[in-house]
Design a protein around this ligand. Structure first.
Ligand code: COA
Length: 187
């Protein structure tokens, strides 16, 4: 393989800043989670397409944890980096912090992982993406963690598939005891 088929993590690292305006607020006065998701999707695409230099689609979003609420008037900064690359997929790690100008407080808001897949624009079929050049321990750690998440996700999916196939409601009713539900219908 030639060097051209590998790119550094830094070459596609992306930062996005956005001021939280009143139209982003929900009834409680905080910024909608959906606004944050939309910004995350935007930066994940930019980062993935910069690495792949191809059109990409969002295949999945994992572990979106909202750590702190975001207030109108705060400045949001999103950081995105390619953590792991498979054949056509890329795991993009995203971190968001929000900054309150009045008191200078910077707080973590979100972390999450997007899986983006490079596809051919006409056929929409997945296409190979360049590999990653890992330049320090943190990049190696992130790549290994990305591999782990991919493996765990696949085994979790298979476990769920088997559990659903084996689910027999008649035999499982006793599990509902003590749960926050009422049975209106008994088989
Ligand atoms: C994502 C998509 C291209 C995958 O196509 P596919 O025919 O299933 O392709 P494959 O099974 O060969 O998978 C291709 C890659 O995607 C990965 N992938 C597919 N589905 C995935 C999922 N749900 N989560 C994580 N990775 C996924 C595979 O692991 C594989 O990775 P690799 O090439 O690095 O080994 C296809 O499902 C698709 O187009 N989905 C719709 C995307 C979309 O519309 N997004 C929202 C708007 S952008």
């Amino acid at each position: 393989m030639s060097d051209l088929e590998f790119r550094t993590v830094k070459s596609s690292q992306t930062t996005l800043k956005e001021l939280m305006v009143p139209s982003y607020a929900n009834f409680g006065g905080k910024v909608h989670g959906g606004v944050l998701l939309s910004l995350m999707d935007k930066i994940a695409y930019t980062c993935a397409a910069s690495h792949a230099r191809r059109y990409c689609v969002t295949a999945s979003i994992d572990s979106v944890d909202f750590i702190n609420p975001v207030e109108v008037g705060e400045l949001l900064t999103l950081y995105a980096s390619v953590n792991y690359v498979g054949r056509s997929s890329m795991e993009i790690g995203i971190k968001i912090v929000s900054e309150d100008f009045h008191n200078g407080v910077v707080k973590p808001t979100n972390t999450c992982y997007f899986t983006m897949v490079a596809v051919d624009e006409e056929t929409r079929k997945p296409v190979p993406v360049p590999g990653l050049i890992l330049e320090d321990d943190q990049e190696i750690k992130r790549f290994l963690e990305g591999m782990m998440r991919r493996r765990l996700k696949l085994s979790h999916r298979e476990e769920m598939r088997q559990a659903r196939a084996a689910l027999d409601i008649g035999c499982e009713l006793h599990r509902l005891e003590g749960q926050n539900c009422q049975l209106k219908h008994r088989r």
